[in-house]
Design a binder for this molecule. Structure first.
Ligand SMILES: Cc1cc2nc3c(=O)[nH]c(=O)nc-3n(C[C@H](O)[C@H](O)[C@H](O)COP(=O)(O)OP(=O)(O)OC[C@H]3O[C@@H](n4cnc5c(N)ncnc54)[C@H](O)[C@@H]3O)c2cc1C
Length: 471
């Protein structure tokens, strides 16, 4: 079975362009997922030179494995934001999500992007009596803001309600539509990885595997920023992994579902398929990834009485205070990240905010998403996270005989033997922040349980924030 998502058969068509050893541009966008491409879309009429780079293929990052619900009903986010900040911040966030939905609708309508964009209702529910209060609080907040809700009475759930005006789409068809538009007057360079960024006089110098790019303005849209200072993202966030299963079903419905229970359940439909997300966990916990995969397949079988045709996993950056980090972190250097698993709307509103900031336009969400903000909740959670990161996963945790582990001169190595009997030996230290790597027996990769970097059996980087291979 492949661990590809249901979307990944779509090939995004990019005009092929090889990078010269030195490039100059007004604006550089690093990363071509939904964040980078939407930012480029909003910049399409600007009279400045804009170029985009991606370390791999366009659209091959986290966006290729999303479940692509476009919704403002995001677990009990408004209750959490009211607790973490206040009711005004929570309402401001709701407005941002509603605006984002309108922006996505406009982009699709105006450009006639064929991406299976579909209006659906969204349901929030619980199957645990203890969580009824969470549902009630979220519903009350939404109603207070004139969002109409309907109670769901169903034997399969304990408590739930639905809202309307939410959507689903095919994320890679959408990105393909964006590329068609922006590639008319912007160059996109694939397989170019940004490894370092520094300031030289009034512009930025970006080192890549293919040469140097000089840019007056840089938008870092690469999901997990590859530099630590000044954003300090590792201290403000954690990574959440989730497992997704899909197969054809006879009965399909015009709604999406998500719960507020500890074992997250997320459901949407796509054409003949049901797409089911479950088994979310902090990356630092539940590190037997194969077991997590197996459990998600079991849940799928138990609930729908069908085997999985597709099983994949994905991970997103979660901020400790439940708000994304979007905006200018330093003169003309912008980031947009930590969408808390709601990246369709947040990447869109983020792209609009960044383009407004670049163009000196007012934007009412500038303070809401301020990427340099400090929140006392961050500090406590950061300490807890750091404790997890420091934990050395002892070799004895992995009792399996493949891979095996050796220690030479104090350095731990993992040795994986492939089906031809060839041994692949790598150091177990992640180049990003020196965490110990863990073997992912489902996909035969070495994964960093701290910040989510992933490497193949020979140590080649698959997913950042690391920009280096392991030895
Ligand atoms: C299981 C799961 C389900 C989800 N479901 C939903 C959902 O239903 N609705 C929703 O709104 N959100 C959902 N999300 C969240 C959403 O998918 C993500 O937040 C969003 O796709 C992130 O987009 P991005 O463009 O920031 O990142 P990406 O798509 O990862 O794009 C970043 C790009 O940058 C490139 N890159 C990385 N490093 C470098 C570098 N150093 N140099 C050059 N290029 C680089 C990568 O190759 C990649 O192409 C889900 C997340 C998960 C984990």
């Amino acid at each position: 079975m492949s661990n590809k998502s249901i979307w990944e058969d779509i090939k995004i068509k990019v005009k092929k362009k090889d990078m010269e050893s030195e490039l100059n541009t007004d604006i550089l966008i690093i990363g071509c997922g939904i964040t980078g491409l939407t930012t480029a879309y909003f910049l399409k009429d600007i009279e400045k030179k804009v170029i985009l780079i991606d370390k791999g293929k366009v659209g091959s990052g986290i966006t290729s494995k999303t479940t692509a619900k476009i919704s403002y009903l995001q677990e009990n986010i408004y209750t959490k934001l009211t607790n973490n900040f206040n009711i005004f911040t929570a309402k401001n966030y709701l407005d941002s999500q509603l605006d984002a939905i309108e922006l996505i609708k406009n982009i699709i309508d105006r450009n006639k992007i064929e991406c299976d964009f579909k209006k659906v209702d969204s349901i929030l529910f619980t199957n645990e009596k203890i969580n009824i209060d969470k549902i009630n609080k979220e519903k009350d907040l939404l109603e207070q803001w004139n969002i109409h809700t309907n109670d769901i009475i169903n034997d399969n759930i304990v408590k739930g309600f639905s809202v309307s005006n939410t959507y689903t789409f095919h994320p890679l068809k959408y990105l393909n539509g964006l590329v068609k538009i922006i590639n008319k007057n912007m160059d996109i360079y694939e397989n170019v990885i940004a490894t370092n960024i520094s300031k030289e006089k009034d512009e930025y110098k970006i080192e890549t595997n293919n040469g140097i790019i000089y840019a007056k303005t840089v938008v870092v849209a690469c999901h997990y920023p590859f530099f630590i200072i000044p954003t300090m993202i590792p201290l403000k966030t954690y990574i959440q992994r989730e497992y997704v299963n899909a197969n054809k079903v006879a009965n399909r419905y015009n709604y999406t579902l998500i719960n507020v229970d500890n074992n997250l359940i997320s459901i949407r439909y796509y054409r003949d398929y049901i797409i089911f997300g479950s088994n979310k966990h902090k990356l630092t916990s539940k590190i037997d990834y194969k077991e997590n995969y197996d459990n998600s397949r079991k849940d799928f079988k138990n609930l729908f009485n069908i085997e999985s045709l597709y099983t994949w996993m994905n991970q997103d950056i979660m901020s400790n205070d439940n708000l994304p980090f979007i905006g200018e972190i330093k003169d003309n250097l912008y980031i947009s990240t930590a969408y808390n698993a709601w990246g369709m709307t947040n990447s869109t509103i983020g792209a609009k905010l960044i383009v407004d900031l670049i163009s000196n336009n007012e934007n009412k969400y500038k303070e809401l998403f301020n990427p340099n903000r400090i929140n006392s909740n961050l500090v406590i959670d950061s300490i807890i996270n750091s404790f997890h990161y420091m934990k050395v996963y002892p070799v004895s945790l992995f009792k399996k005989n493949n891979p095996t582990y050796v220690e030479i001169k104090g350095i731990k190595y993992g040795i994986f033997t492939d089906s031809f009997g060839k041994q692949h030996k790598v150091s177990l230290i992640c180049p990003h922040m020196k965490c110990n790597l863990v073997f992912n027996r489902e996909e035969n990769t070495w994964d960093c349980p701290c910040h989510g970097s992933r490497f193949d059996i020979d140590g080649n980087i698959i997913l950042g924030p690391s920009v280096k291979d392991i030895k």
